[in-house]
Write a protein that binds this ligand. Structure first.
Ligand code: PNS
Length: 164
């Protein structure tokens, strides 16, 4: 029984995240998607909204026999991973530019908790430039999000900024 944590801000979940979850399902029996609650940052979506959207869009992807759950955490990721008895942390790497920061985090996490491995996974090339940050920027400037996020997420983003 192999359990992985897939941590992130997921503000909002993108098709790139879903692609990584599908790929992770081929390697792990269980994946816990762990939403970071950062009290110092003002997110676009609340923790509850992000959790709801993730739970909904997860039903639309190919999970095989993998159990996928959504949770949230605060504080050190490795402490959370140990508490959840996880074997690994999954992170998506899109380009070399992601690698430096991800390597630093993975090595720091290993120093803090040597029993947890970090597994880097590559999303499909078509998602190699997709990030939650750019999705929000494009959306707020009136751009089209087709193919970048699930339709449900785009609808929730529109509702979020709708007057009244
Ligand atoms: O989706 P993101 O914002 O790139 O995810 C970053 C995340 C949540 C993986 C990272 O910020 C994190 O692990 N935060 C928890 C605090 C922590 O453990 N810090 C030490 C990491 S070396």
């Amino acid at each position: 029984m192999r359990r992985a944590i897939y941590p992130g801000s997921f503000d909002p979940v993108t098709n790139g995240h879903l692609d990584i979850i599908e790929r992770g399902c081929k390697l792990f029996d269980e994946i816990i998607i762990a939403i970071l609650v950062n009290p110092e940052k003002q997110p676009f979506f609340s923790k509850e909204e992000r959790r709801e959207m993730l739970a909904e869009v997860l039903t639309e992807i190919d999970r095989g026999s993998c159990e996928v759950r959504v949770d949230s955490f605060q504080g050190l990721l490795v402490s959370y991973a140990v508490a959840r008895k996880a074997d690994a942390i999954v992170r998506g790497i899109r380009a070399i530019s992601d690698y430096e920061y991800e390597l630093q985090m993975a090595l720091m996490n290993r120093r803090l908790e040597p029993s947890i491995e970090t597994v880097f996974m590559m999303p499909a090339e078509s998602y190699s430039y997709v990030s939650s940050r750019l999705v929000k920027e494009v959306f707020l400037l009136g751009g089209v999000l087709d193919g970048l996020v699930p339709p449900l997420v785009e609808a929730r983003m529109k509702r979020k900024i709708a007057p009244g």
